[in-house]
Write a protein that binds this ligand. Structure first.
Ligand code: NAD
Length: 316
């Protein structure tokens, strides 16, 4: 049985991943942690929780020793839009945090899973069906930390034999916890506004395609890759994965099928628009499909139906 430590576990992914992993591996075998506490959080109430700032390596090491951890799932990071507001902090948290996690993993014999992102690609990458191995010259600090993180994870595997694994996530859509300041957040906010106000102004322009994924598929990717036979993994870190690619008008049209009065306008934010334009329209995820059986279940229609039903329950 794995004994897992999750960093950044109160965020968009961690708040759902912690609950799922506890249902698989047992409450006491999944230790959640974050920089902060949230009153009434299922993550804090459902099992062990530690306050850990990933910039402080000793806090990570103490938790690993205290709970006899063998797997670290490292989620603590600053996302793309937040990172552009404070690039120095983004570098310190994203690179410092990952470096500390990898060092603790090397010293104390842990495996590491950490997500990269479509942001690890840039304007020179192939725009449509971006291959697994392609040019990576991103133009955001977030992207710079993601490429560097991919390389660092490869290095710790090759040089020290640390079992590092990861995926390049697209924009993630979920209803449990609001996203933490990414460029694809519009695809979550649109659902809240559609249900509350029947209208939404997109800060991303019409015609701007980005890859997206519904949270159940994103969580399933972590569990499947963590359990995959290492001898079959040629890439190991930073597998391209995707479930759908759409532009704002497509998700609006899908929501309109459920809420006919819904109207979408545009109030484009130049910073997030520029980031979106520097990213791929869609990724080629064939390496993940071949090497560990990646196979998402939700497309735009299925995700929209489920998201609206779950959010209605939540907002009622
Ligand atoms: P989030 O912003 O929702 O959550 C991040 C969490 O990290 C927060 O709870 C925050 O309190 C915590 N944190 C920040 N600084 C910290 C520090 N110094 N020490 C400890 N905790 C700290 O992020 P998320 O969406 O859950 O993303 C998790 C990972 O997945 C990140 O590496 C992110 O880059 C990656 N990712 C996310 C998406 C997405 O759409 N959500 C897409 C691609 C990649």
């Amino acid at each position: 049985m794995k004994r897992i430590l999750i960093t950044g576990s109160l965020g968009q992914i961690g708040s759902e991943l912690t609950v799922l992993l506890r249902s698989i591996y047992g409450n006491d075998n999944v230790v959640s942690s974050d920089l902060r506490k949230v009153e009434g959080s299922k993550v804090i109430e459902g099992g062990p929780f530690e306050l850990i700032n990933v910039e402080h390596a000793h806090e990570i090491a103490e938790a690993v020793k205290k709970y006899k951890i063998d797997t670290i799932i490292h989620l603590a990071a600053l996302l793309s839009a937040t990172g552009e507001k404070d690039p120095v902090k983004a570098w310190n948290v994203n690179m410092g945090g990952l470096f500390n996690v990898l060092e603790v993993a090397r010293e104390l014999g842990c495996s590491v899973f950490t997500p990269s992102s479509i942001a690890a690609f840039g304007p020179n990458s192939k725009k449509v069906k971006t291959p697994q191995d392609d040019v990576q010259r991103p133009t955001t600090m977030y992207g710079v930390t993601k490429v560097s993180g991919e390389l660092l994870c490869d290095y710790y595997h090759m040089r020290f034999g640390v079992d590092t694994r990861g995926v390049r996530y697209p924009g993630l859509i979920s209803y449990e916890t609001l996203p933490g300041g990414g460029t694809t957040d519009y695809a979550v906010h649109i659902f809240y506004e559609a249900l509350k106000n029947k209208k939404y102004d997109s800060y991303i322009a019409a015609g701007t395609y980005m890859d997206m994924m519904y949270m159940p598929d994103a969580l399933n990717a972590i569990v499947t890759l963590m359990e995959a036979d290492p001898s079959k993994l040629k890439h190991r870190n930073a597998f391209n994965i995707t479930a759908m690619s759409f532009a704002p008008e497509h998700i609006a049209a899908e929501i309109k099928k459920h809420i006919p009065e819904f109207e979408m306008g545009y109030d484009v934010d130049p910073v997030r628009q520029a980031i979106a334009e520097s990213w791929p329209d869609s990724l080629d995820d064939s390496a993940a499909r071949e090497e560990w059986g990646w196979n998402p279940k939700y497309d735009l229609a299925a995700m929209t139906t489920d998201m609206l039903a779950k959010l209605r329950e939540k907002l009622d």
